[in-house]
Write a protein that binds this ligand. Structure first.
Ligand SMILES: [Zn+2]
Length: 380
C-alpha cells in the first residue's frame, strides 16, 4: 500500500518565485471562473475548456495542468458545499500557493522546479528536510510565500490488527479506549489556551474594515494554527505509537461539521470559534490518519450517532451526572462521559471490521477498571 507523509521548511522567495506564485494564483482563479461559468465538475472537461485560455501565461505547461487539477478539486468541493447550503460563497484563491507533482527534481540538497518551458528555479533544502526524505521518493511540492513542503511516499506493510483503539476528541483532551480494556487520556488544554489567546488578540481589532481584519486574522491565525498543530502532533504521535506497539487498528468519529461541537455544549459562542474548533478536530484526525497509514495500521471512521449519549455496556440512553460522568438507568453503569464515548467508538469500529468477539471480551473486564481510571483522571 502506498502511503504519504510530508515535511516542510521556511525559504525566502526570490522575485522570480514570487512572480511564479502570483501567476499560478491568477491561473487558478481563471480556471475557477471558467469552471463556475460552465458548471464543470470533471478534470477532463475543465482541461478542454480552460487549457487554451491559459496560453497567455508564459509558464511551463506542468503548472498549467496543476492549476487545472487544483481548480477541479476546489470546484468539486464548492458544488458539494452548495448542494447543502445554496448561499455558500464562490471560491477564489487569495493567497499564492502552488502545488505540483510534475517536472521537479530533488538532487544534491536542492529542489529544482520548472518555471518556463526550459528554465528551472532552485531552492536549497535544509538538513532536516534532506535527512527526512533521504530514503523516500518525493511525489509533490507545495510552495507558499514563505514555506516549502514536500510530500514523500513509502510502501507500507498492511498490519492485520489484533484489536482496535477508539478515539474520542473533546475540547480539552483526546480519550483513547483500547480492545484490551485500557483507557488513556491526552491533555490538550494547552491547545485550547492557544486558541483562546488568539481569539483575545482578535477582539482588539474592532475596526470595521474587512480587509484589515482579514490580514490580521491571517497573520495571527497562522501562528495560532502552528502552535495548535504542534500540540496535536505530540498527541497524535503518542496515540499512533501506542496503537503500533499493540498492533491495533484505529477507529474515529466521522466529523459531521459544526453540529458535533454544539452537541458537546462547548464553545457555543461565535461562529468563528466553532470554525477554529472544527479545524483542530479535523487536523487531529488528519494527523492520526496519515501517521497510522504510514505504519500500515487500518483506520476506520464510524458515525457519531449516539456515541456520547448511549451506554457503552447496554446501549440505553444515559443520564448526565456531576463531574462529566454519565449514569445508565438501565444497567447502573457509571462512567466518565469521554471514556464512554471512546468505548462506543471502539465498539462501532470493531463491529464494522468484523472482529465481533473482541468487543464483548473487552466489555466484561470493563466497568471496574474504567470507573477506576476515570476517577483517577478526574482527580489529576
Ligand atoms: Zn447500560
Amino acid at each position: 500500500m502506498r502511503v504519504f507523509k510530508s515535511v516542510w521548511q521556511h525559504y525566502t522567495p526570490t522575485p522570480e518565485i514570487a512572480w511564479l506564485l502570483e501567476q499560478f494564483r491568477q491561473m487558478l482563479n481563471d480556471c475557477i471562473r471558467i469552471g463556475l461559468a460552465e458548471n464543470v465538475t470533471s478534470l477532463k472537461s475543465l482541461s478542454l475548456k480552460a487549457y487554451r485560455q491559459l496560453s497567455g501565461y508564459d509558464l511551463a505547461s506542468y503548472h498549467k495542468l496543476c492549476a487545472i487539477s487544483a481548480a477541479t478539486g476546489i470546484l468539486r468541493n464548492y458544488w458539494e458545499a452548495k448542494r447543502k447550503n445554496p448561499c455558500v460563497r464562490e471560491p477564489y484563491a487569495r493567497r499564492p500557493r502552488l502545488t505540483t507533482c510534475y517536472g521537479f527534481k530533488v538532487r544534491d540538497g536542492e529542489l529544482s522546479l520548472p518555471i518556463h518551458a526550459r528554465e528551472h528555479i532552485r531552492i536549497s533544502l535544509n538538513q532536516h528536510v534532506q535527512a527526512t526524505i533521504n530514503d523516500f521518493t518525493v511525489r509533490s511540492v507545495t510552495l507558499t510565500e514563505g514555506r516549502l513542503s514536500l510530500a514523500y511516499e513509502s510502501e507500507a506493510q498492511q498490519v492485520q490488527p489484533r484489536g482496535f483503539i477508539g478515539i474520542d476528541r473533546n475540547l480539552d483532551n483526546v480519550t483513547v479506549a483500547a480492545t484490551d480494556g485500557t483507557v488513556q487520556r491526552h491533555d490538550l488544554s494547552e491547545a485550547t489556551r492557544a486558541k483562546a489567546m488568539y481569539l483575545g488578540v482578535r477582539t482588539h481589532f474592532k475596526r470595521n474594515d474587512a480587509r484589515i481584519r482579514r490580514e490580521i486574522s491571517g497573520k495571527y491565525g497562522q501562528k495560532q494554527r502552528d502552535k495548535v498543530k504542534q500540540i496535536l502532533h505530540h498527541a497524535s504521535k503518542s496515540v499512533v505509537r501506542e496503537a503500533k506497539s499493540k498492533q491495533y487498528g484505529i477507529t474515529m468519529e466521522k466529523l459531521t461539521g459544526i453540529r458535533k461541537l454544539y452537541r458537546r455544549g462547548n464553545w457555543q459562542g461565535r461562529w468563528y470559534r466553532g470554525r477554529m474548533n472544527s479545524w483542530s478536530y479535523a487536523e487531529l484526525q488528519r494527523q492520526i490518519e496519515y501517521k497510522a497509514r504510514w505504519e500500515g495500521l487500518p483506520v476506520i471512521y464510524v458515525h457519531p450517532h449516539g456515541t456520547s449519549s448511549r451506554c457503552s455496556i447496554c446501549g440505553q440512553k444515559m443520564k448526565p451526572e456531576e463531574n462529566r460522568t454519565l449514569r445508565c438507568p438501565s444497567c447502573g453503569y457509571v462512567v466518565d462521559r469521554d471514556v464512554n464515548a471512546a468505548r462506543n467508538i471502539l465498539a462501532a469500529g470493531t463491529l464494522r471490521f468484523g472482529v465481533v468477539g473482541l468487543t464483548s471480551e473487552a466489555m466484561v473486564a470493563e466497568p471496574a477498571s474504567v470507573r477506576q481510571s476515570a476517577k483517577s483522571m478526574r482527580g489529576s
